[in-house]
Design a protein around this ligand. Structure first.
Ligand SMILES: [Zn+2]
Ligand SMILES: [Zn+2]
Length: 169
C-alpha cells in the first residue's frame, strides 16, 4: 500500500508540495470479469496544498485498463484520465466533509484513493468498440464476426424439446 506521511511533509500554511508516486493497483472485478491495469503500476501525481485550516489534495492519474468486452467477451481496453480532490482537516468534526476518508493517522492512503478514482472514471459498460454487436442470444456466436439472425422457430431451444415430446405422443 502506498501512503504519504503527512507529518514528513511539514507544510506551512500556503505551501504547496508536488509528489509523484508509482502506485501498484490490483485488478478490478466488474460483473464477474477481471480488468487489469497495464502496467499495473500507475503513476499518480499529487499536489498537496496547506490552506489555513485544511490540507487540500489534488490527484491526477492516467491508467490503461484491459479486460473482456462486456458484450462479446472479446478484448477491450480503455484509457482513464482522471482527477480528484480531497480536503482534510484533522480538527474538523467528523462527517462535515473536511475529513478525508483516505487519511488515517496522518497518512494519506494513495492506493485506495487512486483505485476509487479509477473506479469512478470507468464507463458503465466496457466495450471492445462502441457499436459492438455482442453475442447471439440463441447460439452464442460472436455477432461481430458472424452477423446472422435465426428464424422464429429456432429462437427458443425449449421449442425443440416440446417438438420431440409431441412426436412421442
Ligand atoms: Zn465486444
Ligand atoms: Zn445465432
Amino acid at each position: 500500500m502506498t501512503t504519504i506521511d503527512l507529518r514528513r511533509l511539514r507544510l506551512r500554511p500556503g505551501e504547496v508540495r508536488e509528489e509523484r508516486l508509482d502506485v501498484e493497483l490490483q485488478p478490478f472485478l466488474l460483473g464477474g470479469q477481471r480488468y487489469e491495469l497495464h502496467p499495473e503500476t500507475v503513476p499518480v501525481e499529487l499536489e498537496i496544498t496547506r490552506a489555513s485550516g485544511a490540507t487540500v489534495f489534488d490527484l491526477r492519474l492516467h491508467a490503461h485498463v484491459v479486460g473482456p468486452c462486456m458484450r462479446c467477451l472479446g478484448f477491450a481496453e480503455l484509457e482513464v484520465d482522471t482527477r480528484a480532490r480531497e480536503f482534510h482537516d484533522p480538527d474538523a468534526p467528523p462527517a462535515d466533509g473536511l475529513r478525508s476518508d483516505y487519511v488515517a493517522d496522518d497518512e494519506l492512503n494513495v492506493t485506495d484513493w487512486a483505485r476509487d478514482a479509477i473506479a469512478l472514471a470507468l464507463p458503465e459498460q466496457i466495450l471492445c468498440r462502441d457499436d459492438c454487436a455482442g453475442l447471439c442470444p440463441v447460439c452464442g456466436k460472436d455477432l461481430n464476426a458472424e452477423p446472422h439472425e435465426h428464424a422464429d422457430r429456432e429462437l427458443d431451444p425449449r421449442w425443440a424439446a416440446l417438438e420431440s415430446l409431441r412426436d412421442q405422443l
